[in-house]
Design a protein around this ligand. Structure first.
Ligand code: ADP
Length: 557
């Protein structure tokens, strides 16, 4: 707390700043005039005002006047109503006055710091920082002298940051609230799902006791008890799987495995429950060339079996389910990409629920509503494993029509698979693939198309090199498996076209395999083709075994 005596100097300074006599204009160069001039020209704002009553302004320096976009002191006094209250933006005034009062009361040195907005004569609102000192004087009563600086940039940036953090906190809070709600509904579901089979167990035990002499009836009850016990076990297993999945011990253990075997095991596993509901189950392989791969067999089976058992569970009597394993074209010779698609003709999933079914404990209907036993954990477990294995899972569905779950995974190939390139496997790979056949001669085009279509290829013709370049340029990556390129053609020949394709910006398009298919059979012709960027030179008429061998070698099948 300051005493009166300490501030006689301040009194002198205030009266000096307030006095008309201390002006340089008069040619007055006394120390007082020089001090006033110094304060007037300080680079930051400086203000003195009466702390009592109307908080009248005693003095403001040039920097502060400019901060308010005023030209002189008179204008500044008019703009602010000559009061500190007119300096602070109206909406901030109450909070500022309250804060100053509290800080002065709590401060040993009567100091305070506040931030507030000001509104300049130009109507623009700016942020300022205000360092104030409360002084008690003999002659002037209580006054504040204050340093004010423009902090618009700093405070706006900080406020933006605060808003961002607030939004993040709100999101985190929402997420944890949702998790809390989901966990609660999981517990109440769990309790229901545990009780349902337990009630059945106890009920059938009682019934069996009563009919203990009737062996046939007891056997029926034992079957039902067995079913209820399995439901219980399934629920306990899934809860354990989730907690294992979230633990550090969870890892993928790769070993050589046969994908045909895994899918067949899943098929065999769902067959009995599907048969109970007369559901038709199909297992289909498409373009499978590499069935021997490195993967975690148990985890892959676990994924597929979750999805397949859901398909049975959510499909009514007499429906159809199908598991398709399809090998996709892979640019790498070391990996193979597979798509496992599980389709059913079941109850389907509404659009809103489709977005949530992979989240823990989420079920479209609980067991009471649907009469279908479940925990809402199967897909969460499956998705977690798939993502840990570097893959993806998606779902499409239509209520009342059915659902399709697609799992895409890439596997490292076994060395055996890498070298295995017998004709049958290559032919399997070619089936249904599109190629670009560049040929200007109509008869040749017809004959070649016939032969190539026999291999299961889809032929897109181009009658010269120019058209071929345009078609490749506008194609999607991997749309064409390869290009068969005639050499001598009008408009643009095969070599020029190859050079243009190799120059395309998209590396996937520029790198497409191109095989020359030419009547020129000299060794020099072959060398020239390779030199212009073709992968190989084949001669007319097409030699199919050689084509298959060349394709297998180039695509590393
Ligand atoms: P659960 O089946 O034990 O409830 P999941 O995590 O496996 O748990 O599935 C979550 C939810 O997704 C299910 O409750 C169901 O609403 C929906 N669902 C999953 N698979 C299918 C399907 N094939 N057909 C219809 N709904 C499905």
């Amino acid at each position: 707390m300051n005493s009166f005596e300490d501030y006689s100097l301040i009194e002198q300074m205030v009266s000096m700043l307030n006095s008309e006599e201390t002006s340089l204009k008069d040619g007055n160069s006394s120390a007082a005039v020089q001090i006033k001039d110094f304060i007037d020209k300080l680079p930051g704002g400086f203000l003195i005002y009466n702390a009592d009553g109307a908080e009248d302004i005693i003095y403001a320096n040039q920097a502060l006047i400019k901060m308010f976009r005023c030209d002189n002191m008179n204008e500044f006094r008019k703009h602010t109503g000559n009061s500190f209250r007119g300096i602070v933006y109206r909406e901030d005034l109450d909070a500022v006055e309250k804060s100053i009062k509290e800080q002065i009361a709590a401060s040993h040195d009567d100091l305070d710091y506040v931030e507030y907005r000001i509104k300049g004569k130009d109507g623009i609102i700016r942020w300022v920082e205000d360092y104030g000192h409360y002084v008690r004087t003999h002659t002037m009563g209580n006054i504040f002298y204050v340093f004010i600086s423009d902090a618009t940039e700093k405070i706006t940036k900080r406020n933006k940051e605060l808003l961002k953090q607030k939004a993040l906190l709100e999101t985190a809070l929402n997420v944890s609230k949702q998790a809390y709600i989901a966990k609660n509904s999981f517990l109440s579901n769990m309790s229901h799902d545990l009780r349902t089979p337990l009630n059945a167990l106890f009920g059938y035990i009682e019934l069996a006791k009563k009919n203990v002499t009737d062996v046939q009836t007891v056997e029926k009850y034992l079957d039902k008890m067995n079913y209820a016990g399995k439901q219980l076990l399934d629920l306990v297993d899934k809860v354990l799987e989730v907690s294992y999945m979230e633990s550090k011990e969870f890892q993928i253990n790769e070993a050589l495995c046969n994908l045909n075997d895994v899918t067949k095991e899943v098929y065999d596993e769902v067959l009995p429950s599907a048969a109970d509901k007369q559901i038709d189950v199909a297992l289909e392989y498409r373009d499978v060339v590499h069935s021997e791969v490195y993967t975690d067999k148990d985890k892959l089976r676990q994924i597929l079996s979750h999805i397949a058992s859901n398909a049975v569970k959510y499909t009514g009597n007499g429906g159809k389910i199908r598991l398709t394993m399809e090998e996709r074209y892979s640019a790498s010779s070391e990996f193979a990409t597979f798509r496992f698609v599980m389709t059913d003709t079941g109850i389907g999933i509404a659009k809103d629920s489709l977005e949530k079914i992979f989240e823990p404990f989420e079920r479209e209907y609980n067991s009471t509503q649907s009469g279908i036993f479940g925990s809402g954990l199967g897909l969460t477990i499956a998705k977690h494993i798939i993502e840990t294995m570097g893959g993806t899972i998606t779902a499409e569905s239509e209520v009342g029509k059915g659902s399709a779950f697609t799992v895409t995974l890439s596997f490292r190939l076994s060395e055996k698979a890498e070298t295995a390139s017998d004709d049958e496997k290559v032919l399997n790979h070619l089936k249904g693939k599109k190629i670009l056949l560049v040929e200007d001669n109509e008869i040749n085009l017809e004959v070649e198309t016939d032969i190539l279509e026999d291999l299961g290829l889809i032929i897109d013709p181009a009658e010269n090199g120019r058209i071929a370049v345009d078609k490749i340029k506008n194609s999607a990556p991997n749309e064409y498996l390869f290009v068969l390129m005639d050499i001598q053609m009008p408009v643009m020949d095969g070599r020029q076209a190859t050079e243009e394709i190799r120059k395309l910006k998209d590396p996937a398009l520029a790198g497409i395999p191109i095989f020359a298919l030419s009547a020129n059979a000299l060794e020099s012709d072959k060398q020239l083709s390779v030199k212009t960027g073709m992968d190989a030179h084949l001669t007319k008429p097409i030699d199919i075994p050689l084509l298959i061998k060349t394709v297998a070698k180039t695509l590393k099948l």
